[in-house]
Design a binder for this molecule. Sequence first.
Ligand SMILES: *Cc1c(COP(=O)(O)O)cnc(C)c1O
Length: 358
Amino acid sequence: MSSGPEKVIRDEVRAMSAYFVPPAAGMVKLDAMENPYGLPEPLRREIAQALANAELNRYPDPAAPALVARLRSAMAVPRDCALLLGNGSDEIIHIMIEACARPGAVIMAPSPTFVMYSVYAKLCGVRYVPVPLSADFTLDADRFAAAMAEHRPAIVFIAYPNPPAGNLFPDADVERLIAAAPGLVVVDEAYQPFARRSFMDRLARFPNVVLLRTLLKLGLAGIRLGYLAGPPQWIREFDKARSPYNVNVLTQIVAEKALEHREVLDAQAGAICAERARLAERLRALPGVVPYASDANFVLARMPRALDVFEELKRQGVLVRCFPEHPLVKDCLRLTVGTPAENDRLLEALRTVLAEFV
Ligand SMILES: *Cc1c(COP(=O)(O)O)cnc(C)c1O
């Protein structure tokens, strides 16, 4: 007699729930930090042409030399840093944790932050230690340093900017934590296209820092491409934990073409930043709404009866993100910055909903 999954699948995995993606057909979709703009027609045609010539019968080149060269120049990766590509930065997070998952290893990050650090820690069977942020989402560097001294984390994840508020922790604090960290520090710059600062130009100064980026938020969520830049001695080890053909032919071609026209993506990021400022200002004018300053492509806003507002917005065809599980953000909604028209829809819906509730 063979056993069912309850005897075979690990308890931690059976206790997990699958990542939930809410249905969004026909809705104003402001829940997932996507870029609302598509690519312009001439660039689409150029990409289609390149894809038509793709050698789909061959494995992708695992070193992806053309794409790596393009990324290096487009993103100003320091010459003495190595690069690793991933199927989204999620895969790279998984690879790093897997490679460090010694018995007793600890993964540490501020809380709240990007949820996948804890998901992959659980999946890899290592302990995840969240260190609470202050109530206004700022980093308590003393508390974090003390937690590092106590738990000796193999990897510390610092999202820079950090979701769900989208704030950049002060550089002096981050650099202090880097200096005190007993292991690796991953600076996750998923929102770099919308942020005022980056660690890229200082990366070579820190032997224990790697920098994680993704093309998702820049406008290419569909192709799943993440990259990790850092000292070659770290990248070499993570490369061994990567599946050899993890970045497929189509992704390589599209990313290369899109980066060749980096100015298109940069202009879209600029438009998103301008809308972010307008959205925040309009939110501040709504009764009881407090938006947090953001360096990302979303605005977190505290408001009365946030969970009810979330449901009512959804009923009106506007999908945003709520956080019923986290005490620090359960009274907040996270609003991805959309096109001006989408943001107007959102603001109008919010205005009517709040008028009923407040
Ligand atoms: C969105 C996000 C990611 C995930 O990026 P993918 O490339 O889609 O896997 C990673 N880190 C942070 C902080 C994010 O917000």
